[in-house]
Write a protein that binds this ligand. Structure first.
Ligand code: PEP
Ligand code: MG
Length: 561
């Protein structure tokens, strides 16, 4: 029996899981000890075979993949069959290069050509590198890199995961996700919560403990991971689940505090499929539709017609419930190949969000037109907001455009300290604001949200972040405008109470988090929420702020966290 090891990370998607740990394999790279080529024909055949195995593997995965990733997998499989690529390899073999080095070099040459052509072709370079890594792994007799195909449900363990990789995971076979790196507000963590897969990030050292057939247990609520759990461990994990279920029992209906102060409980979604799933939950609509998630895999901008179709599906899914759509927020860790403005030194501080659509205005125009058409078709309760607003001018630019298309309710996200500090002025332009605590924490604390090691700075319990939220709510009450929260903070049941105490009227989160937040609200009066908020604001550290709120809270809250 292998050693039992308990590790602590950050829980980012609640729920418990245990099962076989499956590693996400890193790329192997060129074999530095391989022999030089002496038989071009034989080596060429080996490489051809490896390419076709890779192509077949990808095509088979495309068959089973969700609709959004089918096209990309099929296109990548096509690249692995490209004749020019094979010829390029022969050329390198003739120079005497070993097989893996020849593949590496041929791919580099080919990638250079694609980059030169630019546009769509240049965007295929990432796929080409994927082919390279898979082919080299085959030639070396190693497993192909990336998320393996799972024959039985398992817990995935990786150093880190890209949002695009996470988006393609199947919650039916992926029991849980554990990463050694990654941050709690990274888009990977957000996607895991969206998919309802229990997940913990920043579980430092987890990879070193994995061997063949290692079992692993995970509590995605508190971020605890046990490698080689005992039977008692898994029983204790199940007991935690039961306690939580008891605390959640009977959580239903509209969100409100115990004394009847209404708080709308909404879902964060990224696709029409998410909308259909979220709409089956007991919640009051969607407070954040991250529209850029629709386009992460795409090589070209979607047409107005395509967008109308998707937005109509989303609005219809929610019927007469509110849907807050965020216009495209590309850039930083969500690059869109068709909205690329070139390399940037600091993408998170660069032309992302509204700044990108100011440079590529047609993207926003198409989107607003499509939203207006979908609204006309459905007459749904549609609210539209822009991401990453920092100035009154940006708010004006967006509001006049959106109103020009006849959109009824126009708002902004408060994600920058600039917008929070000047919320009275910015809010006077628009109808509402939604606080994006993920980016607001990143920019208030000057800490990259992708940098898991900075999680202690990124927590929205940081008093400086709470002050920013308070400032935003002050602006809201002075202008009589509505303030919601749609960052990950909204889904933390204890923090949700503080947010309500600060003056927030709606909370939007992964649908699976709604029950716990609703149960937490029902346990407390508005005056208790306000007291928690005052204590948290008065605290000097993030830990003290959380502790202060927990001290005032009902003891059952411990089972909800
Ligand atoms: C946020 O920043 O809090 C937010 C909701 O937007 P995103 O996480 O998509 O950047
Ligand atoms: Mg954001």
């Amino acid at each position: 029996m292998n050693d039992r090891v308990v590790l602590h990370g950050i829980g980012v998607s609640s729920g418990t899981a245990h099962g076989l740990a499956v590693r996400i394999t890193p790329a192997a790279g060129v074999d530095t000890n391989e022999p030089a080529c002496t038989d071009v024909e034989a080596d060429g055949q080996r490489v051809r075979d490896a390419f076709s195995q890779v192509a077949e593997g990808l095509a088979a995965r495309a068959e089973k993949a969700p609709e959004a990733s089918k096209a990309i997998l099929t296109a990548t499989a096509g690249l692995a069959r490209d004749k020019a690529l094979v010829k390029g390899v022969d050329k390198q073999l003739k120079k005497g290069m070993g097989v893996t080095a020849a593949v590496h070099e041929a791919v580099e040459v080919y990638a250079g050509k694609l980059r030169k052509i630019g546009g769509y072709m240049a965007e295929r370079v990432t796929d080409l590198y994927d082919i390279r890594d898979r082919t080299i792994a085959r030639l070396r007799g190693l497993p192909e890199p990336g998320v393996p195909e799972l024959s039985e449900p398992a817990v995935l363990v990786a150093h880190d995961l890209a949002p695009a990789e996470t988006a393609t995971l199947n919650p039916e076979t992926v029991l849980g996700i554990v990463t050694a790196a990654g941050g709690p507000t990274s888009h990977t963590a957000i996607l895991a919560a969206q998919l309802g897969i229990p997940a913990a990030v920043q579980v430092v050292g987890v990879e070193e403990h994995l061997e063949e057939d290692t079992h692993i247990a995970l509590d995605g609520g508190v971020g605890e991971v046990i490698v080689n759990p005992t039977e008692t461990d898994t029983q204790e994990l199940e007991e935690r689940s039961r306690r939580r279920a008891r605390a959640l029992a009977g959580s239903s209906g509209e969100g409100s505090t115990r004394d009847g102060h209404k708080v709308k409980l909404l879902a964060n979604i990224g696709t029409a499929d998410d909308a259909r799933k979220a709409a089956t939950f007991d919640l009051e609509g969607s407070g954040l539709f991250r529209t850029e998630f629709l386009f992460l895999d795409r090589d070209s901008a979607p047409t107005v017609e395509e967008q109308v179709e998707t937005y109509t599906q989303v609005l219809e899914a929610f019927g007469d419930r509110r849907v807050v759509v965020r216009t495209i927020d590309a850039g930083a860790d969500k690059p869109l190949s068709f909205a690329n403005l070139g390399e940037e030194e600091n993408p998170a501080l660069g032309r992302r969000g509204i700044r990108l659509t100011q440079a590529k205005e047609e993207l926003l125009d198409d989107q607003l037109e499509a939203l207006a058409l979908a609204h006309r078709k459905t007459n749904a309760e549609l609210w539209v907001m822009a991401p990453m607003v920092a100035t009154v001018d940006e708010a004006k630019w967006f509001a006049s455009k959106a109103r020009g298309y006849g959109l009824p309710k126009v708002g902004i996200m408060v994600e920058t300290p600039a917008a929070a500090i000047r919320s009275r002025q910015v809010l006077s332009i628009v109808d509402f604001a939604s606080i994006g605590t993920n980016d607001l924490s990143q920019y208030t604390m000057a800490a990259d949200r992708m940098q898991g090691e900075l999680a202690h700075l990124l927590t929205p319990w940081q008093p400086a972040v709470l002050s920013m939220i308070k400032e935003t709510c002050n602006g809201g009450s002075k202008t009589g405008k509505y303030i919601g929260v749609c960052g990950e903070a909204a889904g933390d049941p204890l923090l949700a109470l503080v947010l309500v105490g600060l003056g927030v009227s709606s909370l939007s989160m992964a649908p699976k988090k709604v029950n716990a937040v609703r149960a937490a609200l029902r346990l407390h009066d508005m005056s208790t929420c306000q007291q928690m908020a005052a204590y948290a604001l008065d605290s000097w550290t993030a830990e003290d702020a959380r502790e202060a709120a927990l001290n005032v809270a009902d003891p059952v809250m411990k089972d909800l966290l």
